[in-house]
Design a protein around this ligand. Sequence first.
Ligand SMILES: O=c1ccn([C@@H]2O[C@H](COP(=O)(O)OP(=O)(O)O[C@H]3OC[C@H](O)[C@H](O)[C@H]3O)[C@@H](O)[C@H]2O)c(=O)[nH]1
Ligand SMILES: [Mn+2]
Length: 358
Amino acid sequence: MADTNSTPILKDDLDIVIPTIRNLDFLEMWRPFFQPYHLIIVQDGDPSKTIRVPDGFDYELYNRNDINRILGSKASCISFKDSACRCFGYLISKKKYIFTIDDDCFVAKDPSGKEINALEQHIKNILTPSTPFFFNTLYDPYREGADFVRGYPFSLREGVPTAVSHGLWLNIPDYDAPTQLVKPMERNTRYVDAVLTVPKATLFPMCGMNLAFNRDLIGPAMYFGLMGDGQPIGRYDDMWAGWCMKVICDHLGFGVKTGLPYIWHSKASNPFTNLRKEYKGIFWQEQIVPFFQTVTLPKDCNTVQKCYIELSKLVREKLSSVDEYFIKLADAMLTWIEAWDELNPSEEATELPKFVSK
Ligand SMILES: O=c1ccn([C@@H]2O[C@H](COP(=O)(O)OP(=O)(O)O[C@H]3OC[C@H](O)[C@H](O)[C@H]3O)[C@@H](O)[C@H]2O)c(=O)[nH]1
Ligand SMILES: [Mn+2]
């Protein structure tokens, strides 16, 4: 997909963020789609290890020493030894859009056998509106060959700006550890040719392995929560970000899409290791989800930062009884916003769009 003068669309407006602990040979398969774009590689784990990046890619690479040098004491909000470290890439980027992908995600094929340019589909999703206020039964009405169906209010057909595009996975699905343990051989072979808007007031489990978002619209809310080294849970970083992001999108009138594009997820991480990381989260989420479902943000929260700071207060107030970890997480959410505003001073706060219900 290129714009009029055959420059890859959003070439200078989008960064690809990759969290990694390994050499990035997987980029060879993505080269036709990714090479024109700038990569931000967040190297996790031992900073003395050298990560090999295939020739020909334009990238910047940050390891833990870089994160500590750039953020100083605020580096405490960036996870270590967990893919949640990827959010440092969102912080340091200066671009309007972000696409983040794991290094064990490869190019998938659609039912016709055609290789899927996941980045191109995310860009289409992000650049077209969402429809969170009224469900369109023919899925995304802005896609080629689709439209609003009879009975869809014309007053709502303009849609709202799309903040997030959530892609899916063929082969290894993003299952939690208990499901992985009881279904070790299950593979996702079902290609569903659909893009849906997640309705307003509905939460969903956001997976970080194939995800794009409008950084200007929702970037400050995309903090992947404190996980990994020294933390009581793991593999809930993207879930946390997804729940915070969704309540803020609902409040500010932005949309979230899920469905196409698919990537080919090649590696099943160890279910026993995953169980150890997830198990507290499996209990806690039965209290965390109702918390997010009942959150209301004040009307004067008219920027993502203000919403996020308010959310941090509510987390401290309402979830500290679940575990003291949430006090630490609430603090880390504030540190994240301080770091965001410090590294992105010029970005004007996002104004309330005209269609937000007062
Ligand atoms: O300590 C670490 C471990 C891994 N990474 C990088 O994160 C990416 C995901 O790692 P991996 O594919 O090994 O784990 P999965 O279980 O498949 O990941 C899923 O569940 C956890 C997260 O939510 C993740 O987003 C999901 O995809 C990969 O690029 C590793 O190199 C790391 O940075 N630090
Ligand atoms: Mn993986």
